[in-house]
Design a protein around this ligand. Structure first.
Ligand SMILES: [Zn+2]
Length: 233
């Protein structure tokens, strides 16, 4: 078998997402393809880390779209590798990988003796409407990308299904012409404490404003109402 790109079903198989017939066909391919076998071993090892990396988590509706949009925004000059729409399994694997990476970053941070990476931004997020609301965010550049450590004691627990979303916002951002990149979503714990590490590819020099919005969890990818923000340097 000549070298070829890894089989597109590997990600779905690693997370148990294939139908029995598809899984059997892929297993047969793995028996004869060292190329895919190597990738399979790597993906499977990563998939096995998921339950240990983060508590069970429902992927927010719209994450898949936002993940792809963010990737497209980050690489405006790169020619598309493939023009057809990626198979659903690949998109699902990408979304799962985004969640997984978030979990792994949290784990690696909690195992470290302290924060790693180069400090890029240390911001206090405030609300013009409600001075009792506040959060602090520390952005660091690491070899794995940027991490954003977010802390708050004042963000209220949202109604069931809702969540907060942190954004890097660039100049000229508007509803009609968005110029922002999501750093991910989060919930405070039951006691109303937020202590999370998110990650994003956006450069704070290009997207200097941090914004936290509330999202009702209705699947609409447009940002919800802003609750906190901070202008960068
Ligand atoms: Zn193969």
């Amino acid at each position: 078998m000549p070298e070829h790109a890894p089989h597109p079903d590997l990600g779905a198989h690693a997370t148990g997402g294939l139908e029995a017939a598809e899984a059997a066909a892929l297993e047969r391919h793995l028996e004869e393809c060292a190329n895919c076998r190597e990738e399979w071993v790597r993906l499977r090892a990563t998939a096995l880390l998921v339950p240990r990396a983060a508590p069970p988590f429902t992927v927010p509706r719209g994450l898949e779209r936002r993940t792809l949009d963010a990737l497209a925004d980050e690489q405006p000059a790169a020619p598309p590798l493939r023009r057809r729409r990626p198979a659903r399994a690949v998109v699902a694997a990408l979304a799962a990988a985004a969640v997984l990476l978030g979990g792994l970053v949290v784990v690696s941070r909690s195992l470290d003796s302290g924060p790693t990476g180069t400090l890029e931004l240390d911001a206090d997020l405030r609300s013009a409407a409600d001075p009792s609301l506040a959060a602090s965010a520390t952005v660091r550049a690491t070899p794995l990308g940027r991490t954003i450590a977010l802390d708050s004691d004042s963000l209220p627990v949202l109604p069931r299904g809702g969540f907060y979303e942190l954004w890097f916002v660039g100049p000229g951002d508007s509803v009609a012409s968005p110029n922002r990149i999501s750093c991910g979503t989060f919930h405070p714990d039951e006691s109303g404490r937020t202590h999370v590490t998110l990650h994003a590819a956006a450069d704070p020099a290009l997207y200097p404003t941090l914004s936290i919005t509330t999202e009702p969890g209705d699947g609409d990818p447009a940002p919800g109402p802003e609750v906190l923000s901070a202008r960068g340097p």
